[in-house]
Design a protein. Structure first.
Length: 235
């Protein structure tokens, strides 16, 4: 096999990876499943997302990160979206983080919470290290990871999805206060080889393609939970 053939094959593999046909070895592709109970029915929505190895809390740029918000239609022209960003807890308040939500951060936080505590509640960092990518993949490969309400991405509720900027950041426990017939179900995340796809978010909320703008109102007590149109999809 000559050098020209090798170059052609390498370019083809890179193109296949970039087009979403296969996960790259250094990427983590996962399927997030949002389940909501509406009356007596279980509504399931999912989306496939792809992340580079590492943890969003490291402040890494995550250049290879792709995906779309998970859109759940709960009926009566109402939508709940699980966003690409996650929560971080500061001073007892849940605030929006500055990086994509990932099962990697969930597993890391679980590890931190299980570590011994020092006086004044500080964490004993002895033995804490970032798991290798192979370890993370092995952990997620065993079975779907069931998520607690505190481990979910940011949830945004739209009582009137057709109105631009009408979303409201809602914590899982507060969903019934906004939509009395809706409550959180069993949410999970799992490894997948399915392709990353786009379209559901813009089909449900066409105005997010109109350019920069606010997707939520300032109804949440913590203003840092503001969500903008560009947060619904990253290509």
């Amino acid at each position: 096999m000559d050098r020209r053939t090798l170059i052609t094959l390498g370019a083809g593999a890179a193109l296949a990876s970039a087009s979403g046909c296969m996960p790259r070895r250094d990427h983590l592709r996962f399927r997030f499943v949002l389940r909501l109970v509406v009356g007596s029915d279980v509504i399931e929505a999912s989306s496939v997302r792809e992340d580079l190895p590492g943890f969003p809390s490291d402040g890494a740029p995550n250049f290879g990160w792709r995906g779309e918000a998970t859109i759940a239609d709960v009926g009566s022209s109402r939508i709940i979206a699980a966003m690409l960003d996650g929560y971080t807890t500061l001073n007892g308040y849940r605030q929006r983080s500055n990086a994509p939500w990932s099962p990697a951060s969930v597993l890391m936080e679980r590890k931190i919470q299980s570590m011994p505590r020092l006086p004044r509640g500080q964490v004993d960092w002895t033995g804490i290290r970032r798991p290798a990518f192979a370890e993370l993949r092995a952990e997620l490969k065993r079975a779907p990871l069931r998520l607690s309400p505190d481990e979910l991405p940011v949830l945004v509720a739209f009582p009137t999805p057709s109105v631009p900027g009408s979303g409201m950041v809602v914590e899982p426990s507060a969903i019934p206060a906004l939509f009395p017939d809706v409550r959180l179900g069993r949410c999970s995340v799992e490894l997948t080889s399915r392709p990353v796809q786009f379209g559901k978010a813009t089909a449900a909320l066409p105005w997010i393609d109109d350019g920069p703008g606010r997707a939520t109102s300032y109804t949440h007590p913590i203003k840092s939970t503001l969500v903008v149109n560009g947060d619904f999809q990253r290509r």
